[in-house]
Design a protein around this ligand. Structure first.
Ligand code: FES
Length: 139
């Protein structure tokens, strides 16, 4: 049973254990990834893209047990390049699958374009009265 320790931003630690193949899976991130474990144990790990490797809000810094994680795929490496506070032991919580004991620290900051109104746009913006009139046309 892998032990997973999360080190929160305030330095507090939370350790949980799970049995391979026994945790319910609700489709967030890869099965038995940090995100999957966090969601099963009620630990808040941001995941603005739902765990589909399209943001960096699930960024974690691995402190111990790097060899107990799945290998990093190219799409994770490409996405991680845009993470705030990137380190040589950074992983995306939704992509790193846990195979043994690990200790992971939440970074101080993450980029969440959804909350910041940046690069990710979900759905169509609502039209305003201003959008209806072409620029320079007087009422
Ligand atoms: Fe978006 Fe992991 S939740 S990349």
């Amino acid at each position: 049973m892998p032990k997973v320790t999360f080190i929160h931003k305030d330095g507090s630690r939370q350790t949980v254990e799970f049995e391979h193949g026994k945790m319910p899976y609700d489709g967030h991130g890869l099965p038995e990834s940090f995100l999957d474990v966090a969601m099963n144990f009620g630990i808040h790990l941001e995941h603005a893209c739902g765990g589909s490797c399209a943001c960096t809000t699930c960024h974690l810094i691995i402190k111990e047990g790097m060899n107990n994680l799945s290998d990093m795929e190219d799409n994770e490496a490409d996405r991680l390049d845009t993470a705030w506070e990137l380190t040589t032991t950074s992983r995306l919580g939704c992509q790193a699958v846990i195979k043994g004991d690990v200790v992971a620290q939440f970074p101080m900051y993450t980029r969440n374009y959804v909350q910041e109104g940046g690069g990710i746009q979900l759905g169509q913006p609502e039209k305003t009265e201003k959008d209806e009139k072409p620029a320079g046309v007087l009422p």
